[in-house]
Design a protein around this ligand. Structure first.
Ligand SMILES: Nc1ncnc2c1ncn2[C@@H]1O[C@H](COP(=O)(O)OP(=O)(O)OP(=O)(O)O)[C@@H](O)[C@H]1O
Ligand SMILES: [Mg+2]
Length: 572
């Protein structure tokens, strides 16, 4: 289609010599006499109109073909970008939590949006342009060489130099544009951070400082915009001047060719037309390398996402949870430390401290166990490992007697539910926040609401379950958010549950009611409770005491109390 569409328009200037030389100047009538013999007889007016109609038809046909061609190219490129995004999302889905903790969300999203867009532009516009432009250049060159080869050679050799100049100028403008874009980005991120932390900023009485920062960024933006604004205009005018000068030179040389060689006036005018036709394609071909460079850079940036480490999958995969209503967990000589953060840190020697050291635990199926310890002793870290958020370096955990080396982390998470210390809510309805998009029956939802003591809370919301909870559940209190997390757990019906201070924000009264309601639900299941409050753990069958990442003591509440009352005196 591109070839035919191009051919149709490239022949159009060839009608000029026919009209000028044969009809106006009355030179030899090769073509016109052929038409009058074979097609139809007419006068000058008739031939001009006839040729006009024919040219218009050619243009119409060429446009239709190029529309079709664009349609095909666009659908190819959109398909490519869609596939790219799908495989990027698929990779991100499986990225390990360890990678996630060091990733910059903004950078990832910008790769998925902007860089993929760049490649889209490259495929849909640049490549199709390159094809069409090369064809136009090729055909025009052939025609020019056929008309007058000396003149054609001169034009073909010097034209790229002229265009190169104009491209160079526009590239500098591109740099200015990038600086302006960066200034916009800085202003935007400063403003959005200020607005995001507005509450915090007000609390610290720092409005003036933070808004001043945004104002500074706005000023920088203004300076860059002024710079870009007039310089880009100047450059555009300059490059046009260069182009026009080149055009004038070619024109002068062509007139000389008419004067001193056998070139006819009509053919000279045709050459002028081809000069115009060739300008944009030449620019496109020269620009191609720059666009190719940006597309390559975008590819490189996108590949960094594919390089992100994924959650390891064990070679043999078993499901130790199938057919059991509860889970036994045995921890053997577990050592763990967090991944290194920045690239610099990764390059350095490995001297990170172990967050967990030589942890040993025996948690029977269906038992109720508590973990206590000072803030920072590693309780949350340990529970994250037990539910399969992080792979660990040394040691082993047996779930129902099966080693963690034979169980996929996702299988562990499906069966052991960790209620996060700081549950996150979606800016969606209460219902979505409870079900997370799973289809549960109304009875199941009501049951979860009843157990989690959320009945009153939802009753007071204006639209009940369909009320939007605001950004990160801003419309709910801390304790209400914790109860939403507990209701989520009840709905997901796990075989073991870990409460990581999941009721810390509740008053003692509500907490007691909650655990009473949970009693039957938890009866068969394995339960691990982490808490600072004695009332929360006193019903535990066995307690582990964690200190600086090590289990320093363990026993039944009675045994521990006998040994050292200080564990609990701090809590009371
Ligand atoms: N994602 C992380 N990356 C690196 N270090 C971490 C990370 N999370 C926690 N730590 C470190 O691990 C140690 C244990 O943290 P953890 O959250 O497990 O303590 P905790 O016992 O749950 O404390 P708290 O009672 O305050 O919740 C801390 O020193 C903390 O700085
Ligand atoms: Mg914690």
């Amino acid at each position: 289609m591109a070839i035919v569409a191009t051919l149709l328009v490239v022949v159009i200037p060839l009608f000029i010599p026919i009209i000028v030389d044969e009809l106006l100047l009355g030179k030899d009538h090769h073509f016109i006499s052929w038409i009058s013999e074979h097609l139809w007889k007419s006068d000058t007016k008739g031939y001009v109109i006839g040729i006009l109609v024919f040219i218009l038809l050619l243009r119409l046909l060429s446009t239709l073909l190029s529309i079709l061609q664009t349609k095909i190219f666009v659908s190819i490129s959109k398909n490519i970008t869609y596939q790219m995004r799908v495989s990027l999302l698929d990779h991100l889905k499986k990225v390990s939590l360890k990678e996630y903790e060091t990733m910059r969300v903004g950078a990832v999203t910008s790769k998925l949006v902007t860089d993929v867009e760049t490649i889209d532009g490259f495929v849909s516009t640049t490549i199709s342009k390159l094809i069409v432009s090369s064809l136009i250049l090729l055909f025009s060159s052939v025609v020019l060489l056929w008309i007058h080869w000396q003149l054609a050679l001169f034009i073909l050799l010097t034209n790229p130099i002229v265009v190169l100049f104009t491209v160079k100028l526009s590239r500098n403008i591109g740099k200015l544009k990038r600086e302006e874009n960066r200034a916009i980005e800085l202003f935007q991120s400063s403003l959005s951070e200020t607005l995001e932390l507005f509450h915090q900023i007000k609390a610290a009485n720092k409005e003036t400082y933070f808004f001043k920062e945004s104002e500074k960024k706005a000023k920088e933006l203004k300076e860059h915009s002024v710079n870009y604004g007039y310089k880009s205009d100047a450059a555009m005018k300059l490059s046009y001047l260069i182009f026009l000068s080149g055009y004038e030179v070619f024109r002068a040389v062509s007139i000389l060719a008419v004067a001193y060689s056998d070139l006819s006036v009509g053919l000279m005018l045709a050459i002028f037309s081809y000069l115009w036709v060739m300008v944009t394609p030449t620019q496109d071909v020269i620009n191609f390398q720059y666009v190719l460079a940006t597309a390559k850079a975008a590819c490189k940036r996108i590949n960094t996402i594919f390089e992100m480490e994924q959650e390891p999958l064990p070679p043999v995969r078993k499901d130790p949870f199938k057919g059991h209503s509860a889970v036994s967990i045995e921890v053997r000589h577990l050592y763990f430390r967090y991944a290194k953060g920045s690239e610099d840190e990764r390059a350095k020697e490995d001297n990170r401290e172990y967050i967990l050291e030589n942890i040993n635990m025996d948690i029977n199926a269906g038992s109720k166990v508590a973990i206590v310890g000072a803030s920072g002793s590693g309780k949350t870290t340990l529970s994250n490992i037990l539910v399969g958020f992080y792979p660990f370096e040394q040691g082993e955990i047996f779930y129902n007697g099966v080693s963690n080396k034979e169980v996929a982390l996702s299988t562990i998470r499906e069966n052991i539910y960790l209620i996060l210390q700081h549950p996150k809510l979606f800016n969606d309805t209460m219902r979505f926040n409870l079900t997370l998009g799973n289809a549960y029956s109304d009875e199941a939802i009501e049951n979860a609401i009843r157990i989690a003591q959320l009945g009153d809370v939802i009753g007071r919301l204006e639209n009940g379950l369909d009320t939007l909870v605001g950004k990160d559940g801003i419309k709910l209190s801390g304790g209400q958010r914790q109860r939403v997390a507990i209701a989520r757990m009840v709905l997901s019906n796990p075989k073991a549950v870990i409460f990581d201070e999941s009721t810390s924000a509740l008053d003692v009264h509500t907490e007691a009611k909650l655990f009473e309601a949970l009693h039957d639900f938890l009866a068969e299941r394995t339960v691990i409770t982490i808490a600072h409050r004695l009332s929360t753990i006193k019903s535990a069958e066995y307690i582990y005491v964690l200190e600086e990442g090590k289990v320093v003591d363990s026993g039944t509440p009675g045994q521990l109390l006998e040994k050292d009352e200080s564990y609990f005196s701090a809590m009371l």
